[in-house]
Ligand binder design. Structure first.
Ligand SMILES: *[C@@H]1O[C@H](CO)[C@@H](O)[C@H](O)[C@H]1NC(C)=O
Ligand SMILES: *[C@@H]1O[C@H](CO)[C@@H](O)[C@H](O)[C@H]1NC(C)=O
Ligand SMILES: *[C@@H]1O[C@H](CO)[C@@H](O)[C@H](O)[C@H]1NC(C)=O
Ligand SMILES: *[C@@H]1O[C@H](CO)[C@@H](O)[C@H](O)[C@H]1NC(C)=O
Ligand SMILES: *[C@@H]1O[C@H](CO)[C@@H](O)[C@H](O)[C@H]1NC(C)=O
Length: 355
């Protein structure tokens, strides 16, 4: 009886994952394998480890409803997060993933977060993943590098030919995969070190538009960082375009938190201040789509829709669809989500018990 239920549960699995030839796809599509790393658009989860879910009591400091692993399973390929130095009561310090301050939202150590990414990458060998660390307390390359080494992520990391200027061409996804260098790591900001050649200073390789947007009419394609860089200079500098696309709402005392009431439009393909329209507009400015787009609550929209359009991907494989709703403490969505995860757990249990 019990096994029969498990068998039924395992038949439900294809509903959660799209099947087909995941082994020949790169980042969910065979059509992306031969494209250069900078010639595709990577969906980014802004503040990936900072969650607005039951684990944080739905903290308003959270930028995502689903954790890093679910983000990766759903097609997110760029993960950003802030690294802070946290002192403990015995006078020691450790590097933690914290939002603005470790008192506000502490998502655990850098090492734990990198382990989560390493574990997903180990079981998904045809995917190229990008990590962007905001270096809030000026960690040195050696301090950051220690966590890459202890988790083994350094072994998967790509090192550019030069740490002081962008390469003329970036490798294709397939060559990164074949070479076993499927992790791109950027740090904002860092004085590069030849001993840690995979830790790339973000603004040497990337330029960003403004991220401080509080109304849906405020988005701009104009370079904001590194400063000063004109649109013309940015376009010819060889840097990749990183498009921030998220909206803040302003609380008392000017404190900013993600605007979750407008997120359905912010992450949509069309509408005032939508991701889809912003990509189209910036594609016009730079004559190519942004290499990265960074969003809050990636599952809403869903944001991946506009990214697939930018990449001309119509049949993504090996991807899970997270529910596209806003997650709220008391909503039915979180309960449904709970039972969906229960099914997955049951199936995994069934597989590991050899049935
Ligand atoms: C990348 O895009 C440029 C045009 O922007 C093109 O000339 C080049 O062939 C492309 N390379 C690859 C490998 O995708
Ligand atoms: C941690 O300790 C160092 C020196 O002991 C101090 O400079 C720093 O401000 C402390 N950081 C926090 C967040 O308390
Ligand atoms: C403080 O940090 C050190 C080094 O990370 C660790 O060994 C120790 O257990 C921590 N102590 C407390 C009280 O958390
Ligand atoms: C792949 O590795 C080889 C040997 O280390 C190196 O010469 C080549 O440049 C690498 N290719 C890419 C795309 O990184
Ligand atoms: C979110 O943005 C929309 C559009 O500007 C605005 O109408 C709404 O009041 C904002 N929500 C919050 C919570 O600030």
């Amino acid at each position: 009886m019990f096994f029969k239920a498990l068998l039924q549960a395992s038949l439900a699995l294809p509903l959660l994952y799209t099947t087909a030839s995941a082994q020949t796809a790169c980042n969910n599509s065979p059509s992306l394998c031969d494209k250069a790393y900078n010639n595709i658009t990577h969906l980014g989860a802004h503040n990936s480890p900072f969650l607005r879910d039951s684990t944080t009591s739905f903290s308003t400091s959270g930028n995502q409803y689903y954790n890093t692993r679910t983000q990766l399973e759903s097609g997110v390929r760029l993960l950003s997060g802030q690294v802070h130095k946290k002192n403990n009561t015995s006078g020691n310090s450790a590097w933690h993933m914290c939002h603005s301050s470790c008192d506000l939202l502490d998502a655990g150590t850098l090492e734990e977060w990198l382990s989560e990414i390493k574990s997903w990458m180990d079981s998904n060998p045809n995917d190229v993943v990008t990590v962007l660390l905001v270096n809030s307390d000026n960690a040195s390359p050696a301090e950051l590098g220690a966590s890459f080494e202890s988790t083994g992520l350094d072994k998967l990391a790509y090192s550019p030919p030069s740490l002081s200027q962008p390469p003329e061409t970036w490798p294709t996804l397939q060559s990164l995969i074949s070479n076993g260098t499927r992790l791109m790591t950027f740090v904002a900001s860092l004085t590069p070190s030849a001993q840690y050649p995979y830790l790339m200073d973000e603004f040497t390789f990337i330029f960003e538009n403004d991220f401080e947007n509080e109304t849906p009419t405020a988005y701009s394609c104009t370079p904001n960082r590194p400063s000063p860089l004109t649109t013309e200079q940015a376009a010819t500098s060889g840097r990749m375009f990183f498009m921030n696309h998220f909206l803040y709402s302003v609380q008392l005392f000017g404190i900013q938190s993600p605007n979750d009431t407008y997120i359905g439009t912010t992450n949509a393909q069309t509408g005032l201040g939508s991701l889809g329209e912003a990509i189209t507009s910036c594609t016009g400015v730079y004559s190519k789509p942004p290499t990265f787009v960074l969003v809050d609550f990636f599952n809403v929209g869903p944001a991946i829709g506009s990214v697939d359009t930018a990449n001309s991907v119509s049949n993504p494989t090996g991807r899970r669809s997270a529910p596209a709703e806003v997650l709220q403490e008391t909503s039915g969505v979180s309960r449904q989500q709970g039972s969906m995860f229960a099914v997955v757990v049951a199936v995994v249990a069934a597989i590991s018990f050899g049935m």
